[in-house]
Design a protein around this ligand. Structure first.
Ligand code: SF4
Length: 352
């Protein structure tokens, strides 16, 4: 790739960076994709790319392809049902004890498989002061809210000053015990993890967690690992969220390398998401059977510390469910339940 100083935000930028061939500019399908779904690829990621989206797991996550023009009837504009649980602007209240707070919809990069791809973008809605106050007021009025998940978009795109204001306002609510940020920034734009950002997070009385989105071990460059280390050294617990994606991480070797690299960077693998039914993302999806087979293979290879929970967000807003695999079978003598070990062998544990 040709080095760039700034984020690529168009097909033209991607051609100039060498991430797409010049012929891409004459492709009407690709032009439609670029019109429908926003593009952003940081210089760090452009430098990491090593081939076209068909062959390179980094390019595949961020460089648009004509596949995105194909939409099936089952795919949805809002696949996890955020709108069904939108309480006030910027708040999604799906479970009784926690809410999502979405102060903005901008991201440092735009992932081609994003479940909020029809909401995010530089022009995506951001909360103004009055709307942010109303969202914080909603949380203040509900003492059952124990955890606030600040997401978006990417909350680490906010200025440290605005981030501090949100942390202070949440921290002033005695019933909020946990503030969890979800961000791609520490991996894709690690220079943003600076002293001001860390000071904003550290100021809280509540426990502050950071969940980082990372799908391939190659994303954990020395700069990304240094950004994560700055957060970990500041005492901020780190979790990961990864999306299982065809052509990116759909092999046991790639997943093993990813989860080992995350744990070595002091990031605890938390969720492996089955891909959502977002429009134009069918080329990324695997079957649940394939996902379960991968998780089964990982069980034998990695310690529990490296094992995320494999989850699916049920379309329509019904929440997340763990989707296996299941290690308990009803195959024993007298109908007793049998337990499958990590090699696939069944054992009668005589627990019942
Ligand atoms: S960083 Fe998250 S919200 Fe932003 S485009 Fe990627 S998946 Fe979507």
């Amino acid at each position: 790739m040709t080095q760039r100083a700034t984020t690529a935000r168009s097909l033209n930028d991607l051609v100039e960076a060498g991430a797409l061939p010049r012929a891409a500019l004459d492709d009407p399908v690709l032009a439609r994709v670029a019109n429908d779904y926003v593009i952003a690829v940081t210089p760090e990621l452009l430098e990491l790319m090593d081939g076209p989206p068909e062959h390179d797991p980094i390019a595949r996550q961020f460089v648009p392809t004509a596949h995105e023009a194909t939409t099936t009837p089952a795919e949805l504009a809002d696949p996890i049902g955020d709108h069904a649980h939108a309480a006030v602007k910027g708040i999604v209240h799906r479970y009784p004890d926690r809410v999502l707070l979405k102060p903005l919809h901008a991201c440092p990069v735009y992932c081609r498989f994003c479940f909020r791809r029809e909401q995010v973008g530089p022009g995506g809605e951001a909360l103004d002061d009055a709307e942010l106050d109303a969202a914080l007021g909603y949380i203040a009025a509900r003492p059952q809210i124990w955890e606030v998940i600040v997401t978006g978009g990417d909350p680490f795109m906010l200025s440290p000053r605005r981030l501090s204001r949100i942390v202070a306002a949440l921290d002033a609510l005695a019933h909020v015990a946990v503030i969890r940020f979800h961000s791609r920034v520490p991996v894709v734009d690690p220079t943003r993890v600076n002293d001001e950002l860390i000071a904003a997070l550290k100021a809280a009385r509540a426990a502050v967690y950071v969940g980082v989105h990372c799908n391939h071990a190659r994303e954990l460059t020395p700069a990304a690992r240094a950004g994560l280390a700055r957060l970990a050294d500041a005492g901020i617990p780190l979790l990961s969220q990864s999306v299982l994606l065809r052509g990116v991480n759909d092999s046991v070797d790639v997943l093993e390398a990813l989860f080992r690299a995350l744990v070595a960077a002091r990031v605890r693998p938390y969720y492996l998401h089955h891909p959502d039914m977002a429009r134009g993302t069918g080329h990324f999806r695997l079957s649940i059977d394939e996902g379960q087979a991968l998780m089964r293979a990982l069980r034998g290879r990695l310690s529990g510390l490296c094992q995320p929970t494999y989850v699916l967000d049920i379309p329509g807003g019904h929440g997340k469910s763990p989707i296996g695999p299941n290690y308990v079978a009803d195959a024993g003598p007298d109908g007793r339940r049998m337990i499958t070990d990590y090699q696939g062998d069944l054992h009668d544990c005589a627990h019942e």
